[in-house]
Design a protein around this ligand. Sequence first.
Ligand SMILES: Cc1cc2nc3c(=O)[nH]c(=O)nc-3n(C[C@H](O)[C@H](O)[C@H](O)COP(=O)(O)O)c2cc1C
Length: 189
Amino acid sequence: MKKNIGAKLGIYPTPVVVVGTYDKSGKPNLITLAWAGICCSEPASVQISVRKDRYSHAAIVERRAFSVNVPSAKYLAEADYAGMASGRNTDKFKAANLTPARGELTDAPMALEFPISMECRLTHQLELGSHDLFVGEILACWAEEEILQSSGRPDPKKVDPLVFIPGSEYFALGNLLSPAYSAGKKLMK
Ligand SMILES: Cc1cc2nc3c(=O)[nH]c(=O)nc-3n(C[C@H](O)[C@H](O)[C@H](O)COP(=O)(O)O)c2cc1C
């Protein structure tokens, strides 16, 4: 039996990304986001949802750019911290001992220590209610060389991303179950 538990945000899990911006004065900032995901293949695009009162919100609108960084589980404390402190009154890069790397193609800083960083150019902004949805075109995806497989793709075990259960806790990535587009073949007529 299933029970209606209300209009809950019932996607389990979500990713944990840390978005980089420059504020008006050029100070780099980070914000941790769980409302984020890939939303288009061509042009390669990512969507993030940010509350208007976040310090990062104005920075994204002003610079029309942001970076999306994927932290490894070993950076759990830094990611969690960037989701609590505000760039309004803190230098989060300094406090978390992270290194801002200026984007080559966009006006946004990336976190050098995180294994994957995408440079994004703001293409759309949609007011949804509590959050504004920003879509960014991915102009470059920087990956730590040590995490790359011979295919050129990042090794998920080496990326070791955090996964998030909204409002409650972080998990690590589980075990490989099956290659994609494979397990379902037995059900195809
Ligand atoms: C795991 C996690 C996920 C979060 N997801 C979001 C999100 O998707 N959107 C959002 O606006 N804030 C989210 N937050 C809250 C912001 O990260 C937090 O308010 C942050 O301090 C804002 O930083 P800023 O004021 O420097 O922009 C999240 C926080 C955590 C810890």
